[in-house]
Unconditional design. Structure first.
Lengths: 197, 197
DNA sequence: TATATTTAATCGTGTAAAACGATTTATTTC
DNA sequence: GAAATAAATCGTTTTACACGATTAAATATA
């Protein structure tokens, strides 16, 4: 039993889906299957009931889930406790689109500032093209992006959540009369899209 | 950070020796070095001070040690809790001299296996000198010894039976002619003794 | 002081574990 | 019945890990 397996199990349990878990963990679905299988083999029990293509967690799975949560919390505790018990000082330079920042950052900043009052947070804008370079060079420490996937070695990438894309039209617009709008309906329409710059 | 690394670290911390830890973990010393190094790299701190060939644990190492202990306990808990309190499963590592084992163990193993078919019994050899350490560290669960008394805190000791010590000599030997043999008679004689190793 | 021994780090190599992509199978939805 | 979805399976490749030999440094011993 290893941490990685427990984490994989926890994410599968969260989504009750191997595919979704694979997405979130940035790995192939087959690998998720393999990890769960190895856990089940080692503990000699079933963690999920696979009824058709539906995934249900077993009683044993539920128990393991609680432990997995506790252990994950504990490892986080280790990192913060062991690496730096003192108070953390310094500065973080963060790139984030304004649209995201205005919605999500207030709460995050408040909580972060509560834990780390000596850390200064600098939010900056920069062009998307320069982003990789800026991360690699170390000029920025952290970036929040609206994208489906990004892969860079030397840079840690984690999916935090997914945002739905909603089509909004005025009441007078022809599309407002339709119950369903298909992508093709947007042909020749003028559409306003968010840009991350 | 993985369980295996934490366990390796814990054993090194117990012995304050990479080589001893390697022995106990049944792996090469170089592998122990590598695991500790990977942990130190990941946490970005030193866990041990290597002063010459002396190994001292750092403050950060001490903190990690406590967590490692707790996490190891918790995983043991997982196994017993999750797999089910019903039939007992697991493994017992037992140290016993071969001479004792060949005489007494067949019957014991047969009975025990009948009651607990899911418990694996591992019989191992190890040097008598390491025994206390092995029991304390938990690497072995049980030991059978040919000795008159042994006292260790944290370890339960019970006398099971006493074995007579019989002197055996060839018919041509001078001692074979005596009705009684006193300890002093063994002076300057070559005697073969059982050793527990 | 010279020599032997002990101990951890390092390096190159081989093996075992793990991730991947493609495919198959079973189930659900339309 | 056809299409879509989701997990399992299989073969391949990549990565991680353990190993043994060696080196370097520090003690112990002669």
């Amino acid at each position: 039993m290893e941490f990685r397996q427990l984490r994989t199990f926890r994410v599968v349990a969260d989504h009750l889906s191997f595919s979704r878990a694979a997405e979130q963990l940035f790995m192939a679905q087959s690998s998720v299957s393999a990890q769960i299988r190895s856990l089940e083999t080692e503990l000699d029990l079933k963690l999920f009931d696979r009824i058709g293509r539906r995934v249900l967690i077993t009683d044993a799975g539920l128990k393991l889930y609680e432990y997995a949560r506790r252990i994950e919390e504990m490892t986080d505790e280790i990192r913060s406790e062991v690496t730096g018990a003192k108070d953390v000082r310094g500065a973080l330079t963060i790139r984030i689109p304004e649209t995201l920042a205005s919605v999500y950052m207030p709460e995050v900043v408040e909580r972060f500032y509560g834990d780390n009052p000596r850390v200064k947070l600098n939010f900056i804008n920069c062009s998307d093209l320069q982003l990789r370079e800026e991360l690699n060079s170390g000029r920025i420490d952290l970036a929040f992006l609206l994208t489906d996937a990004i892969h860079m070695k030397e840079v840690n990438v984690r999916m935090l959540r997914s945002e739905g894309l909603v089509l909004v039209a005025g009441p007078a617009h022809s599309l407002s009369r339709q119950k369903k709008v298909m992508p093709d309906d947007l042909h020749r329409q003028t559409v306003m899209f968010p840009r991350t710059d």
